[in-house]
Ligand binder design. Structure first.
Ligand SMILES: Cc1cc2nc3c(=O)[nH]c(=O)nc-3n(C[C@H](O)[C@H](O)[C@H](O)COP(=O)(O)OP(=O)(O)OC[C@H]3O[C@@H](n4cnc5c(N)ncnc54)[C@H](O)[C@@H]3O)c2cc1C
Length: 555
């Protein structure tokens, strides 16, 4: 028996026919449920869920006969938490409802506020709808179309890491046990005694994966494909926003470009469920989709990407010789190098909590997620200024904010003005000598277990949000000493380079490091802004410097 199509629930008292007509173009892939009241919508949502179906989207008018729209969404979301929520307002109400709806959207209470189409082929409206449906499709647990089959008897960390890598690369995958029809089918195709996880990607012969890198090489190749004699114009280390922007601009300007990425394309941004402040995406965009679009853009200009490839060493070339980047799968020789290896937030290392990252658990201040914490109890882990600032910001929305620190007080780690602000704010409290040791919830964070580090006593508390500000460390262990860094390991560029390392009394160019032909962009650079837009801006700005370095010296 085939699974039912996902549902789209349409709610309008007077214009449900218009909505039904507009959504007719989706009826092949989705089942439409026209409703004239919130109550009818609740009932049909319940029926879909009871029958084992999924609700992809709820589209409602801004005015309902029997409920406030936000309350209706709130109630529906409890039943179908991943559903996308759209208000398609009738033009009679568009101006009057606008401010309240936009404010609600800013707080994450709905996903889109659109004007109901007034005529045929309103492609702007449908663009928004298909974007949201595509986003929904990438968050549902079992994709309809599977490009990679993973056969594994258990959901062990390697199997889950492979799945995570594939999902960040926008490659739909699914795990089957060996003793299933799909499992047997893949095992039959494997030439030898199967071990698990066995990965069958894109109709290539299945492989036994010992690491994520094996899967990455199987699908995307390895630097060994490069001709040993080849020297590329630009090698970019890291495919976060900075590296992706460098790749797009350098390849589009005719430079041969290779990107080496240790994990999946996207970097930190790729792990963000929704980036709302990136220019040009008014409804926000998931980090994975933004990254994959940039990857495709760079590919179209000829960039070669190697994912799952950690650069272990950078050997600067002397006297115009190429620089060499070493990976376990081969070396890359390049005239110029862009260091775009970003930062990693220090991890909490509590597995059940790591699994909820993006679902109530956030590394960093997650300014956007803060708005979704309205009237909730949230926790901030960390004793530094960034944790204090995050707590003050969160307290604008949340009912209570609790700062958790292992130390007995904040005095050593936080500025006194912030400590004062925190003491003054009645919504913020500080819990010292405390560590987060467990957490969970139904599909998103719902509770935490806190331990008193002096006594070992544990307490379970309800929690809607957990913000981890444990400090960020640059990815820099592979960077040679010739590239000057600050005391925290961030790469120094331009005027930040100490005077004694300037050459002929001049500092390096703005994004240039202390080694000619090696540049740095994005979060790994000392003094960077730590945002997607600034990282991609720097990634693009490196390219004129690359051109200048590659240009033949005047006679
Ligand atoms: C959860 C989350 C949500 C965020 N949300 C927002 C937001 O909404 N808006 C916003 O503006 N900013 C946001 N940020 C911050 C933003 O994502 C970063 O500022 C941005 O990604 C930095 O880009 P980058 O390219 O410099 O570095 P990164 O994104 O850190 O990318 C660096 C890449 O280099 C790779 N790498 C590291 N070392 C090596 C090596 N030795 N060899 C090969 N590859 C290597 C890493 O695997 C990584 O993919 C968010 C960050 C996080 C973590």
């Amino acid at each position: 028996m085939t699974a039912p199509n996902p549902a789209i629930v349409l709610i309008s008292e007077h214009h449900v026919d218009t909505l039904e007509h507009e959504f007719g173009r989706y009826a092949h892939d989705y089942d439409l449920y026209p409703c004239t009241s919130a109550r009818q919508a609740f009932e049909c949502t319940r029926d879909v869920v009871v029958a084992g179906g999924q609700v992809a989207m709820v589209v409602t008018e801004s005015v309902l006969p029997d409920a406030d729209v936000h309350m209706a969404f709130h109630k529906l979301r409890e039943k179908v938490p991943t559903t996308r929520r759209v208000v398609a307002t009738h033009w009679e109400h568009f101006i009057a409802d606008g401010p309240a709806m936009r404010a609600a959207m800013a707080k994450g209470k709905l996903d889109a506020y659109l004007l109901m189409p007034r005529g045929a082929r309103d492609e702007e409206f449908h663009n928004a709808i298909t974007d949201l449906l595509s986003d929904w499709g990438s968050t549902v647990p079992d994709p309809e179309v599977v490009s990679v089959k993973i056969i594994s008897p258990t959901r062990d960390p390697l199997t889950m890491a492979i799945r995570d890598f594939l999902s960040r690369m926008a490659m739909p995958s699914k795990v089957w046990e060996p003793d299933t029809e799909a499992g047997r089918h893949v095992i039959e195709r494997y030439d030898g005694e199967p071990e698990f996880p066995l990965v069958y990607a894109l109709d290539r012969p299945p492989i036994v994966a010992r690491s994520v890198r094996d899967v990455a090489i199987n699908i995307y190749g390895a630097p060994t494909e490069l001709d040993l004699k080849e020297v590329v114009d630009v090698a970019v280390v890291g495919a976060g926003p900075a590296g992706l922007a460098s790749a797009v601009y350098s390849a589009s300007e005719g430079l041969s470009t290779v990107v080496l990425e240790a994990e999946a394309v996207g970097g930190q941004a790729g792990t963000s469920s929704m980036i709302r402040n990136y220019l040009g995406f008014p409804r926000g965009i998931s980090g994975m989709r933004l990254a994959q679009r940039a990857r495709v853009q760079a590919l179209r200009f000829g960039t070669r990407f190697y994912t799952g490839q950690v650069v272990d060493e950078l050997r600067p070339g002397a006297d115009g010789e190429p620089h060499v980047l070493c990976t376990e799968s081969g070396d890359v020789r390049a005239r110029t190098v862009v260091i775009a290896s970003g930062v990693a937030y220090r991890k909490l290392r509590v597995d059940p909590i790591e699994e909820l990252v993006g679902m109530g658990v956030y590394y960093g201040a997650a300014m956007t997620a803060a708005r979704e914490m309205e009237d909730q109890d949230v926790f901030v882990v960390g004793g530094g200024n960034s944790a204090g600032q995050a707590a003050v910001h969160l307290a604008r929305y949340a009912r209570s904010v609790t700062i958790l620190v292992r130390r007995p007080d904040l005095a050593e780690t936080m500025s006194s003005y912030l400590i004062g602000e925190i003491e003054y704010n009645r919504r913020i409290s500080v819990r010292t000598c405390c560590a987060v040791v467990d957490g969970g919830g139904d599909g998103r964070l719902g509770w935490l277990s806190l331990e008193d580090v002096r006594t070992g006593e544990r307490e379970r508390v309800p929690a809607y949000g957990l913000f981890l500000l444990l400090g960020a460390e640059p990815h820099c262990d592979w960077i040679p000493p010739a590239v000057a860094r600050d005391e925290h390991g961030f790469v120094l560029t331009g005027r930040d380079v100490p005077r004694e390392l300037w050459s002929d009394g001049l500092p390096p160019e703005n994004l240039a490091t202390t080694v000619p032909g090696i540049f740095a962009a994005g979060d790994v650079r000392a003094g960077s802004m730590k945002r997607v837009a600034s990282a991609s801006g720097e990634g693009a700005s490196v390219v004129p410097l690359v051109h200048a370095h590659l240009a033949p010296a005047p006679d």
